[in-house]
Design a protein around this ligand. Structure first.
Ligand code: NAD
Length: 261
């Protein structure tokens, strides 16, 4: 399968390059990053200590033309550039922190070609989303608090995964997340309103990603959580999604679809 990687010089991008170059069934046809990057023109292999690979280029329709699947782990403006450059290719994207207008463009894109978009490509988190939805439904009166921890370089908060977990709670209770979410607390907050979903973002060091969902009731507390030890879990999930989505009908797919949950 012919694959293009966007955000190729980033943390996720380099891991993707390494796995794509090592896989016998995948051919790297484009590796793209910012036009201003000093690495433009560098062979993709050199970014990951391997031989060969296409030279790193800016995102353009020409660069992506040969790809069957485009895998984007960049930043919101990188995803916007990818959407501008796409033809009929399938898209797998894990980029988070999307402004509403960009999220809408992604939905529009799913009308013309297949898209797998997930805030977290790990199998464990995909399962966690299911468990949290069920728990929130089964414990309708429990106070829900979502705590996430990431490395100090992360640019958006709360994490896309924390928001997806909040959506799972809202789905389980048939409410709209925007109407019940509260982001951090300080000052004279008053008594905690029933139904509120609290989000708390911790940042520091090199933490790959931790998410904890607390469902706190009278007399008991259920805690469901996930710890990513390595970014490779996201990379393997994204490549599983790329292999799965190739040749599918247009539509918006989630990791739950890829895993058949
Ligand atoms: P990073 O900052 O290390 O890498 C981002 C890369 O994108 C950089 O090389 C940057 O130059 C490039 N980029 C930015 N704008 C661009 C543009 N306009 N055109 C081309 N390239 C551009 O970040 P990262 O840790 O690799 O994470 C990337 C994204 O993936 C973030 O949004 C992060 O939250 C998300 N992420 C998602 C998952 C998941 O499973 N869904 C897992 C990890 C990270």
């Amino acid at each position: 399968m012919r694959i293009a990687v966007i955000g190729a010089a980033g943390r996720m991008g380099r891991l993707l390059l390494g796995e794509v170059l090592a896989a016998e069934d995948l051919e790297l046809v484009a590796a793209c990053d910012r036009a201003e990057s000093g690495l433009i023109g560098t062979p993709a292999g050199a970014l990951v200590g391997r031989q060969g690979g296409v030279p790193l280029s800016a995102v353009s329709a020409e660069a992506l033309a040969a790809a069957e699947v485009v895998v984007d782990f960049s930043l919101p403006d990188g995803l916007a550039a990818t959407l501008d450059a796409l033809g009929g290719q399938a898209l797998v994207t894990g980029t988070t922190g999307l402004p509403a207008a960009l999220a809408e463009r992604l939905t529009d894109r799913a009308g013309v070609a297949p898209v797998v978009a997930a805030a977290n490509f790990s199998t464990g988190v995909t399962l966690l989303l299911d468990l949290v939805e069920r728990a929130a439904h089964a414990l309708p009166d429990a106070d829900v608090e979502i705590v996430e921890t990431h490395h100090r370089l992360k640019q958006d908060a709360p994490s896309g995964t924390a928001l997806a977990l909040g959506e799972a709670v809202a789905d389980g209770r048939a409410v709209h997340l925007a109407e019940v979410a509260v982001h951090g607390r300080s000052g004279h907050t008053g008594v905690r309103p029933a139904g509120e979903v609290g989000f708390h973002a911790l940042r520091g060091g090199d933490v790959v990603g931790e998410h904890q969902v607390w469902l706190i009731a009278q007399g008991e507390r259920l805690s469901l959580g996930h710890v990513a030890h390595s970014r490779l879990t996201f990379v393997m999930g994204a490549l599983r999604a790329a292999r799965w989505v190739s040749g599918r009908a247009p539509g918006r797919y989630a990791m739950r679809d890829v895993l058949g949950l």
